[in-house]
Design a protein around this ligand. Structure first.
Ligand SMILES: Cc1cc2nc3c(=O)[nH]c(=O)nc-3n(C[C@H](O)[C@H](O)[C@H](O)COP(=O)(O)O)c2cc1C
Length: 188
């Protein structure tokens, strides 16, 4: 299967990256993996120009990394979004990437986008609070629909500023269970 991940933390190698790697390490079998790290790609902001309405599947911005990212997302079988919470929402770099997928949202025929499983990993530094992941969930509601995603689960790490993701046994157990679910589906 084709696995595509987005690592949305502005810090490489911290809790979001570690939780993502933990999950990926538990996926069995031989797969192609494309890791999109928001710190290593150049993505300009959506201009809201509607070019992609008139030019189906094309963005007016041609000189950044989004073209290959569209193709990776379209062709993925398993899509993994790992993101921290900044001001109770997606951080700006991954939000810029999400906004640019307006190109796929505006497709009249979205059948070119493969049906895919989606796993979401959220990391909030503060202790768990009521709407810590709410804004992220709202955004993902559209994503799951128009990117033909079947969301398998959303693992929410709270309190990462004091409890390292890799020490949060309850959430690691949830990642283990999700990896097991993926293995069952894609190895059989
Ligand atoms: C600009 C900024 C805003 C943040 N806002 C929140 C917040 O609203 N809620 C929360 O739980 N944590 C918040 N945090 C804490 C991060 O979610 C936390 O440090 C997380 O571990 C960052 O992910 P990383 O370890 O992969 O870098 C914020 C951090 C930054 C830098």
């Amino acid at each position: 299967m084709n696995i595509v991940t987005i690592m949305g933390s502005h810090r490489n190698g911290k809790h979001t990256q570690k939780a993502l790697d933990y999950f990926l390490d538990r996926i069995e079998g031989t797969h192609s993996i494309e890791n999109i790290n928001v710190n290593k790609v150049e993505i300009r902001h959506c201009l809201a120009c509607d070019y992609c309405l008139k030019h189906q599947g094309e963005c007016v911005i041609k000189d950044d990394d989004m073209k290959s990212i569209y193709e990776k997302i379209e062709e993925s079988d398993l899509f993994v979004i790992a993101t921290p919470v900044y001001f109770s929402a997606f951080p700006s770099k991954i939000k810029t990437l999400i906004d640019r997928t307006q190109v796929l949202y505006n497709l009249e025929d979205r059948s070119i986008i493969k049906n895919k499983d989606l796993v979401v990993i959220g990391v909030g530094g503060a202790p768990k609070y009521g709407r810590q992941f709410q804004a992220i969930e709202n955004t993902l509601e559209f994503y799951t629909r128009y990117l033909n995603c079947n969301q398998l689960g959303f693992v929410k790490f709270s309190h990462s500023d004091d409890v390292a993701a890799l020490e949060n046994d309850e959430k690691l157990a949830e990642l283990n269970a999700l990896a097991e679910m993926v293995n069952q589906k894609h190895l059989s």
